[in-house]
Each structure stands twice: as C-alpha cells, then as structure tokens.
Ligand binder design. Structure first.
Ligand SMILES: CC(C)=CCC/C(C)=C/CC/C(C)=C/COP(=O)(O)OP(=O)(O)O
Ligand SMILES: [Zn+2]
Length: 440
C-alpha cells in the first residue's frame, strides 16, 4: 500500500492572529514601482515617496514634530504615565537625537525637571517625591547624558556617589538587583544598574559581583533570556541580559549559538520585523530589543574574529518578501558596509518604513496600532542599528531613499548615540571609581 500524504492544519487563536497580521501587512508590501495615478500622488503628497522615485522615505520632519510634542505639555490622557515621565523624556529626546533634532532650547528646563526626580538617598523616581526605581534612574541618566554635550550642566545634575550607594542597596545575595526597595528582582534591574554604572564610571568589582551568574541563570532552553530564572524568554529581557553581559565583558559565558538562533527565529519571514517571543506577533519595538541584542552579539564576535565587519563587501542587495516586491537595499556610496549583522537588515528597515510610520509622524507597533513615544523611540533605534550594523564606521546599509533615511548611529549597549557615550566616558573617566572611596 503506497503512502498517503495528509496535511493536518489545526487553527488556534495564535495561528489566526498570525494570519490576520499577515493580511494586515500585505497591502503595505505591494510593488511601489507599479503605482500610478492618485495612489502614487497620495504617497508623494504625504512624503512617503520622493517626487522623483519610488524609494520609501523616513518622514523626518513629521517625526521631529511628533517627538518634540512629547517634551511639551501633555494632555490628560497621559496621566497614567505620571510615574514614567523620565521615560517619556528619554524616548522623545533619543528619537530626536537620532534625527539630529534634539531641541537645545528645551534642555535647561528638562534638566531642571529631571533633577527634581532625583532622591538624596540615590537614584531617580518617576516624578518629584516618588521613590527611586531602576527604570526612571536609567531613563533619567540616559536623557541627561544625551543632553550634556550640548548643555554640560546636565552632567552636574547626576549625583554619582548617591547613585552608587543606591545601586548597592538594591543588590541581592543571588547576584540580582531589585528594581526598587522591596521590589522585584529581574534582568531589567541588572541591566539598568550595569549600563548606568558603566556610563558614570561606577562599575566596580563589588557592584558586579555575582551579577553575570544571576543573568546566566535566565537563559532558557530556547536560547533567549527570560526576566528571571525559569521564566519564558522574551526580547525585552534578552536585550537586558545580553547588553549587561557585554558591558561587563562576560557575553562569552552564555550559550551564544543558542542565543543567535533564537533571535534569528524571531525575525518574521513575511513581515521582516521582529517578534518578542515564539508564536507571537511582529512589533516595531522589537526592532531594537532583538536587533540591538543581535548587534551586540555580532560586535562581540567581530571583536573576537578579526575582520568580521563585512570588509570587502562593496554592494548589498537584499531579496525578501514576495517575488516582484520592491525590496532592494541601497547604499549611499560604494564601499565596505558597516558591520553587517546576522539578520536581514533590509527587511527590518522595510518593515519600519512601510508598516511602522504614521503618516502624521511617530511610529507604531504595527499598522493597526496607534503611534506612541515608546514605539517611536525603539523603532528608530532599531532602524539605526540595522543601518549602521555593529562597527558604525563603514557605509551604512540604507533601505529606501538614502537622502532622507540615514539616522545617527546608536550605541547598541546603551541606546544613546555613540558620540554621546564617548563624551560621557571622557567626562567621568577621571572621577573616583573605587568602592571604598565611593561609599565613604
Ligand atoms: C531597559 C528596560 C527596562 C527594558 C525593558 C525591556 C522590555 C520591553 C521588557 C518586556 C516587558 C514585557 C512583559 C513584554 C511582554 O509584553 P506582551 O506580552 O504584551 O508582548 P508580546 O506579545 O510581544 O510578547
Ligand atoms: Zn511593542
């Protein structure tokens, strides 16, 4: 008896949501070169296509307007984000900084405001008189450090010694850190402490003791990292784990092959963007959480294996999506492409530019979702990572119109501009970084 092929298709809510998402995305991936008449005129009018071509454009001015609005007076709808004011400042400022449009005239007021969130006992709360917490401490410090090269008083607003003592007071016997006094211990806390300590030149052996060992326990059988030992791995937590390990020089201690495989499998075949975890949907914010984590691994491996930065590559044309789709990546000029990454950089940029952009400015999770400052920040950060790769010093790989789309390079471990990181290192390099002196 011959074998019989039977196709089993079991629909679940997960497979249905995936199908719906692909149906939602498909209209954005039509062949733009075939557009004519009012459809073409409309895309040119809103600025998504140049007057003289079919290459998709970053809506720079509109994103600048939207993000600048986040630094002005917010409407009552934002009241639930009251404890996230430092995040809003960071998301908007960093997005603007990538667009080379951080508003210098607003900086004194922002520094004054963030200064009021800092507690004498160390760290920043989400607002005045709120308890110190790892997330607003991270966001406030990043915002201040990206402002400081234009407005140096921002450096002086950060009380290094009290932050160091507060970080130490959050440390647990298992090597983890709490997010706040009596709060949860997870890899977000590990990352926020390690990243800010590194930027402020506070990364002492005493602070780092047991930290890598705690983080390593969060890597799961899938290859990614969960928030706490035993939890499902997820892009947001995986980024925190990978960045913290890399900052401490300990990334080589984790299962790198498993990690790379897990991140690779999160890039969605049709959509081109990343999902946060297995069997979940594409979302623009993971462009940075997953793309940034891969850039860190690639930078680490590039350092390990000399010359692994795409040297000698003179042209890059990506083929993704359905046949006939307009998906060619372009570069500004011929030359070595800046640190190629282990994911499809053109496909990710295509998702961001075609599906992530709101035509009035701001970016979003996916077309059916509203724009917001968080997704704007992390979609732009992921776009920057996928343009500049892991080495930052070659020709960026630019999908779409290279005249409008190139962002400034973000540092994959800290997610502020590379030049802001260099300035912070320079500013704090001679300050005391010794445990006994810092706690005295
Ligand atoms: C620096 C710092 C504090 C980083 C935070 C990292 C981060 C984004 C963590 C993820 C948080 C979380 C529970 C997402 C799951 O949401 P979901 O179930 O709605 O999303 P999903 O369906 O995409 O998994
Ligand atoms: Zn998201």
């Amino acid at each position: 008896m011959g074998s019989q092929k039977v196709k089993f298709t079991v629909a679940t809510s997960t497979t249905e949501q995936q199908e719906d998402t692909e149906k939602e995305i498909a209209p954005f991936y039509i062949d733009l070169t075939k557009l004519t008449g009012p459809n073409l005129a409309h895309l040119r009018e809103v600025g998504l296509l140049a007057e003289d071509g079919f290459e998709v454009r970053l809506l720079r001015e509109k994103h600048v307007k939207y993000l600048t609005g986040g630094l002005e007076k917010l409407g009552s709808g934002y009241v639930s984000l009251d404890a996230s004011r430092p995040w809003i400042a960071y998301w908007c400022l960093h997005g603007l900084d990538l667009l080379e449009a951080a508003p210098v005239e607003m900086m004194p007021r922002i520094v004054d405001t963030l200064g009021r969130f800092q507690n004498a006992t160390g760290g920043f709360g989400g607002g005045p008189a709120q308890i110190s917490h790892g997330a607003p401490t991270y966001a406030s410090c990043l915002a201040l450090l990206l402002i400081a090269p234009s407005y140096p008083k921002a450096y002086d607003a950060i009380d290094r010694r009290s932050i160091y003592k507060w970080f130490l007071s959050m440390k647990r016997p298992n090597g983890g850190f709490m997010m706040h006094d009596d709060g949860e211990t997870d890899v977000r806390a590990s990352y926020t402490v390690i990243a800010i300590a590194k930027l402020l030149n506070l990364l002492t052996p005493e602070l780092m003791e047991g930290v890598a060992e705690y983080i390593l326990q969060c890597q799961t059988y899938e290859g990614g990292f969960g928030g706490e030992p035993g939890n499902e791995c997820h892009g947001g937590y995986a980024y925190c784990a990978v960045a913290a390990l890399q900052i401490m020089g300990k990334l080589g201690m984790c299962d790198l092959e498993g990690l790379k495989g897990w991140i690779s499998r999160r890039q969605m075949g049709f959509e081109g963007g990343f999902a946060g975890r297995a069997n979940k949907l594409v979302d623009g914010c993971y462009s940075f959480w997953q793309g940034g984590a891969m850039a860190i691994v690639d930078a680490y491996e590039g350092d390990m294996t000399e010359g692994g930065f795409g040297t000698g590559v003179t042209e890059y044309v990506a083929e993704v999506g359905e046949e006939g789709a307009d998906v060619s990546a372009t570069t500004e000029a011929k030359g070595p492409i800046s640190g190629e990454l282990s994911f499809d950089q053109a496909a990710l940029q295509r998702y961001t530019l075609l599906c992530g952009q709101h035509v009035e400015g701001g970016l979003r999770d996916k077309p059916s979702k509203a724009r917001d400052f968080y997704h704007s920040c992390y979609s732009l950060s992921g776009l920057s990572v996928s343009q500049h790769g892991s080495s930052k010093d070659g020709v960026p790989l630019v999908y779409g119109d290279a005249r409008t789309n190139v962002l400034k390079p973000t540092h994959e471990c800290f997610n502020i501009r590379v030049d802001r990181v260099e300035k912070a290192r320079e500013r704090f390099k001679d300050d005391v970084c010794n445990h006994d002196d810092l706690i005295s």
